[in-house]
Design a protein around this ligand. Structure first.
Ligand code: SF4
Ligand code: SF4
Length: 296
């Protein structure tokens, strides 16, 4: 199944609505947005007249320190105005040497290319408050995903408990091996499963290389497939696994070769880039191909 990740840090409403409409028509299963974009997700499906019951709506919340919750800022006193960062930004979030926070997804590419140390990444901290506000609205919300790629197990567990105390729908834990060994991840997953035992469902989003799926390269997708296989070998049911991070058109092929049958493949950067600047009909054809390609 195909899950579309619009980007935890992406609150560019126009961009999100266009992506949701396109991939909903192409047959996507789940949409994952920032808590600040849940209203836009609800509206987008209504506007194209599709039945919302056929889709799952998910919002993502980061544990403090997770890369997905970061934003970039240009330091004017250090910036030499070379524009290198703007040219490399996958979200076109930099213009006039200023970062548009609503578009920035915290990938850090700009920081890497700036040779003057003029870019700082900081944590945006109000996602949980927005999530709590959403619970008081009548917006459809099926799933909450916790982005837990931080080197602190206790923080992850504490945040998950806070979410599960307020929300009994589906829970997804997005975790990578960046900070933990596979055994540590398995321990966290088992604890998380226990915390979410009264929730409707529990998924694990195995994040390979966060935000590295922009190009159709085997190397960017290998880590997520290898990670999912390692989790399966360690006893985690593959039917709760969603693959993300570096996902592209090689991912399903790799899964087939590895006899891996995950619940879904979650396309983020790759899905967004694949339809960028295409005419509507052409974009729909590409989106349909990607959705079809995710059916394991
Ligand atoms: S790459 Fe660095 S120096 Fe160049 S415009 Fe961006 S922030 Fe300024
Ligand atoms: S390159 Fe990444 S971190 Fe930098 S502004 Fe663009 S989206 Fe944000």
């Amino acid at each position: 199944m195909f899950k579309l990740i619009c980007g935890l840090g992406n609150s560019d409403i126009e961009n999100i609505k266009a992506l949701v409409k396109l991939y909903a028509k192409a047959g996507a299963w789940m949409f994952d947005v920032s808590p600040f974009a849940l209203a836009a997700l609800n509206e987008a499906i209504e506007e194209i007249g599709l039945n919302k019951a056929n889709f799952k709506y998910c919002v993502s919340i980061p544990v403090e320190g997770d890369v997905h919750g970061k934003k970039a800022k240009i330091l004017p006193d250090k910036c030499k105005k070379c524009d290198k960062c703007a040219k490399k930004c996958p979200q076109s979030a930099i213009s006039g040497f200023i970062v548009d926070e609503s578009k920035c997804i915290g990938c850090g590419i700009c920081k890497k290319v700036c040779s003057h140390g003029a870019i700082k990444l900081f944590d945006k901290t109000d996602y949980f408050d927005e999530f709590k506000r959403l619970l008081k609205t009548n917006l459809k919300l099926d799933c909450v995903e916790l982005h837990a790629s931080v080197a602190n197990k206790n923080l992850v567990i504490k945040k998950l408990k806070k979410i599960c105390k307020k929300f009994k729908g589906e829970i997804s834990l997005c975790i990578s091996r960046k900070h933990f060994s596979t055994l540590d991840v398995v321990e966290i997953i088992n604890q998380a499963k226990e915390i979410a035992k009264d929730n409707v469902a529990f998924y694990v989003q195995a994040d390979g290389n966060s935000m590295n799926g922009a190009n159709a390269q085997l190397t960017s997708t290998i880590e997520c497939a290898a990670f999912a296989c390692a989790l399966k070998e360690a006893g985690i049911d593959e039917k709760i696994l969603i693959l993300s991070g570096g996902v592209n058109e090689y991912t399903k092929k790799l899964c087939n070769e590895l006899s891996l049958n995950p619940l879904a493949i979650a396309f983020g950067t790759y899905a967004r880039k694949a339809v960028l600047n295409l005419e509507q009909n052409e974009a729909l054809e590409v989106a349909k191909r990607l959705v079809e390609n995710a059916n394991c």
